[in-house]
Design a protein around this ligand. Structure first.
Ligand code: FES
Length: 143
């Protein structure tokens, strides 16, 4: 069996939503402590709905595919729904990632949460800090 699914390869070769939104309403940036990769996401938000999203990543192929898929999954969705997106759901939508690459999809989940938090902070919107845990530590969870 191939190491990567066709879906992963498609999103790696033709990543969706790559780029920068200059007048973004929210920006999130996270790094993976384990591999040193970085992911950044830009959101346009209207009435609590994500109307546009772009990402940049200095990351591996799995990180690119994860970000591409994750941005597709949250585009047009309310922020509350974007917050519930898990790395597991992203990996499943990609038809799986190799076990040692699952941590790359964590970056995609975290960067969305970071951007939503940025939006809440910018606009003085109250939130439950429990929805925004400290940065994921791959070493501790074993991913
Ligand atoms: Fe760093 Fe994949 S190896 S995000």
């Amino acid at each position: 069996m191939a190491l990567y699914s066709e879906t992963v390869m498609d999103h790696f070769r033709n990543p969706r939503n790559v780029g920068v939104i200059e007048d973004a309403d929210a920006v999130g940036e996270v790094g993976n402590a384990r591999c040193g990769d970085i992911m950044k996401i830009y959101l346009k938000i209207a009435d609590g709905v994500i109307t546009d999203v772009k990402f940049e990543t200095f990351g591996c192929g799995s990180a690119i595919a994860s970000a591409s898929m994750a941005t597709e999954m949250i585009k047009g969705k309310p922020l509350s729904e974007a917050l519930t997106l898990t790395n597991k759901a992203v990996a499943e939508a990609l038809d799986g990632l190799p076990a040692h690459k699952l941590h790359c999809s964590v970056l995609a989940e975290e960067v969305i949460k970071a951007a939503v938090k940025d939006y809440y902070d910018r606009n003085g919107i109250p939130y439950d800090p429990a929805d925004f845990p400290e940065e994921h530590d791959c070493e501790s969870c074993g991913l």
